[in-house]
Design a protein around this ligand. Structure first.
Ligand code: SF4
Length: 287
């Protein structure tokens, strides 16, 4: 059995930047509490905890003077709340997310409804929605009919950064088809992140080369789950694991080539451990 790595996988530069910023700040000796998990990956959270970066689930649970905003960003009300609490804010929001937030605020201020193609419960989307004030709606392609009839006729469409480009394009087309009688002006702002679309393209390519794929990443990680969807859509057997301990030898019975890919929040040391475990069954070759 050969092991083939995706040509693009693992930490994106935005997550690497956020983790580096937090580690550097904590290295000074003053602890930091991050507001929510840095990324959707338990192993990264533990790694950072060992370096003085704790986690609080909400502002009410924060201790200490210093708080880090994660790469997903937060909305203006959260920032205001932290300022009123007198916290020193270390903002590691990914610049690509910041760009989405700025577009949402600018166009909402101009009177547009802000329709975000995304999951309203995802941390990044919750933040962008707050920047859109009371003009924001986060929906997927199945929920277009739920948009209110009295929504502003000028509509700006943004995407959760980690979504699949083709799905976003289809969403925009469907929105226009379904709402053409109620839209006077439609602006599509491409807020997709190329880091994840590159990883999705690499996963798709990988799925065409192998007969089983292992996708490594946190169960709560949206971009990891998208990689699973991409591989499944190619009809290849796909298993999502968080760590090497979940690998089951029976999955690989009769398989000749196994592909490995990983979400943008998966650190190198977790990927390496998965590959090392797979190598116990086989020999590795480069992609
Ligand atoms: S996936 Fe893209 S938008 Fe999200 S943190 Fe990474 S670089 Fe930034």
């Amino acid at each position: 059995m050969q092991i083939i790595r995706a040509s693009d996988m693992g930490f994106c530069w935005g997550v690497r930047r956020a983790v580096d910023m937090m580690e550097q700040q904590a290295a000074g000796g003053l602890p930091i509490i991050s507001l929510g998990s840095v990324v959707h990956n338990e192993q990264v959270v533990e790694h950072l905890r060992g370096r003085g970066v704790g986690v609080a689930a909400s502002a009410a649970e924060l201790s200490g003077d210093r708080v880090a905003i994660t790469a997903h960003g937060v909305g203006p009300q959260v920032l205001q709340e932290l300022r009123e609490m007198g916290k020193e804010i270390i903002d590691t929001t990914c610049p690509i997310v910041t760009r989405s937030q700025r577009w949402a605020k600018k166009l909402a201020d101009e009177g547009f409804a802000i329709v975000i193609f995304g999951d309203p419960n995802h941390k990044e989307v919750r933040g962008v929605l707050q920047w859109a004030g009371n003009r924001g709606y986060a929906i997927t392609e199945d929920e277009i009919d739920s948009l209110p009839g009295d929504m502003p006729s000028r509509v700006a469409v943004l995407s959760q950064t980690t979504h699949n480009p083709q799905r976003f394009a289809n969403f925009v087309a469907l929105l226009l088809r379904k709402r053409i009688d109620r839209i006077s002006d439609l602006q599509m702002i491409n807020t997709l992140c190329h880091a994840t679309s590159g990883q999705q393209a690499a996963a798709e390519e990988l799925a065409g080369l192998v007969d089983i794929v292992v996708v490594v990443g946190g169960r709560e990680s949206a971009n990891t789950r998208h990689l699973v969807e991409v591989c499944q859509a190619r009809g290849v057997a796909t298993h999502h694991v968080e760590t090497e301990s979940e690998l089951q030898p029976a999955w690989f019975d009769g398989r000749e080539r196994v592909g490995v890919t990983a979400g943008a929040s998966t650190p190198d040391f977790v990927i390496d451990a998965v590959i090392a475990r797979l190598e116990q069954f086989s020999s590795a070759v480069p992609a």
